[in-house]
Design a binder for this molecule. Sequence first.
Ligand SMILES: Cc1ncc(COP(=O)(O)O)c(C=O)c1O
Length: 362
Amino acid sequence: MTDIDTLIANTIREDVRAGLHYKVPDASGYIKLDAMENPYELPRHLRQALAARLADAMLNRYPVPSYSTLKDSICAKLGVPAGYDVILGNGSDEIITILATACARQDKRAVVLAPTPAFVMFQRSAQFAGMDYVGVPLKADFSLDRAAMLAAIQQHKPSLVFLAYPNNPTGNLYDADDMIAIIEALGETGIAVVDEAYQPFARTSFMARLPQYPNLVVMRTLSKLGLAGIRLGYLAAAPQLLDQFDKVRPPYNVNVLTQVAAEFALEHLDILDRQAAQLNAARDELAASMAALPGVTVFPSSANFITVRVPDAERTCATLFAEKVLIKNLSKMHVLLANCIRVTVSTPEENAIFLNALKASL
Ligand SMILES: Cc1ncc(COP(=O)(O)O)c(C=O)c1O
């Protein structure tokens, strides 16, 4: 009889066997403020109209592989410059995997570099693709350490540099001049990926700069805008670069239901934009309320979440958990995040429940 453990030892990569899952806690019965989702749904009449569209989707057929209708709609409505195009991913998570897969050269050391703390999938995707990952610490105020970034680029010659704008888990926007210095330093040797997952809240973007820098690519997602469930990310770049990335994209990676739902949502972008504006106002209100609490340091956020330092993050998270509120304890992620927690901005009701529980924990 085949012993399953021996089979695993003989077949599965050592780093995968030793590694951990991407943890997502079970949220049933909890107020979910740990994943930067939009708490608002589409209005009922629009959900009904969407249902009718979905009913006509051809589930018996593979998606049309060019995805041209959806791509055209994204380019037209989301500010992709003329002459530039997009590729689509099953969430921007998949785009990150595609980028790493395409750049994981075997004939020389291939490196992914990012300022840290950063979105964890940058490191995980680099590892799974067999690339080295170099993290360059941010400054204590979470701004880019331009000199350290430029020195690390010189030393490690990364093929990919990820800059989340705004950054997760810190919430801030980096200084645009620092980012440009990095993009220019990479020149022909590396691709700068500006990850704009939180752009609907930041209302600033590197998209319009694409024509200025051939090595710049801009990645976004519909997840934070209110469509996390459909899983759709996109990458805008020069067509020649996209052509290369498209070769490693799994065929039919975006399913027909997602395609229909995304096209529908883009017809009603004004509603999603209004929700984002509402969340921005709620964020500023929540940040001000937290800043007034003793021992709490609120870091500036241009996203739909807020990172704060509390006296005892473990205690705060335990209190919130007991009150059925899920947030993220960032403490163990990076030394710069000691006693930091991250909370997603939600409805006024959920924000108030969070705030009361936070007060009780202090
Ligand atoms: C900075 C950043 N990039 C990308 C993603 C992935 O988004 P999705 O795969 O839902 O498109 C996230 C999700 O939290 C994120 O914070």
